[in-house]
Design a protein around this ligand. Structure first.
Ligand code: NI
Length: 176
């Protein structure tokens, strides 16, 4: 498995609507494995294919991973592989929580999301599945599925906050 290059704001691939996957074959499974490895390498809870420069409707999530205190390495929890995921139900109840994104490095902001969502998707083996997300999983599903439509969490906050984050990103880059 390979750790892939991460694409960060303002790479154009992050703003594109990603394409549907026709079939879950070995190439797609290979990409899913590499995406999971890349997500763990950066201690993210979710990763969408556009974030590794691939404009396809693919997401990996693991909200149950833990850091090993001694080695600092990630201990896998329950990885989810979602191909062509689609939100089929959203709760009326909303929640507000801090989010970050591997494509917007070292920044965080409060984002409003639905408290629960039901998502239909195709899994690693090409089987149709449905999952009801609650808590962190619900937020993560909405955040990652947004990536497939070219939406970043900073598109869901106030213009003022967004501009502050973009400024900080530019400053970070100039210092690197
Ligand atoms: Ni993200």
């Amino acid at each position: 498995m390979t750790v892939l290059k991460l694409y960060t704001y303002p790479e154009p691939v992050l703003k594109k609507k990603a394409e549907k996957v026709k079939k879950v074959d070995d190439d797609i499974r290979h990409l899913l494995d590499d995406m999971l490895e890349t997500m763990y390498a950066d201690a993210g809870v979710g990763l969408a294919a556009p974030q590794v420069g691939v404009s396809k409707r693919i997401v990996v999530i693991d909200v149950e991973q833990e850091g090993d205190e001694e080695s600092g390495e990630v201990v896998k929890g329950k990885p989810l592989f979602l191909v062509n995921p689609e939100i089929v139900w959203r709760s009326d109840e909303m929640v507000c929580g801090e989010e970050g994104c591997l494509s917007v490095p070292k920044q965080r902001a409060e984002v409003e999301r639905h408290a629960q969502v039901r998502v239909h998707y195709t899994d690693y083996n090409g089987q149709e599945q449905e999952i009801l997300g609650d808590g962190l999983l619900a937020v993560c599903l909405q955040h990652e599925l947004d990536h497939l439509d070219g939406i970043l969490y900073i598109d869901r906050i106030s213009r003022l906050k967004r501009q502050m984050i973009i400024k900080k990103l530019q400053k970070q880059r100039n210092e690197e």
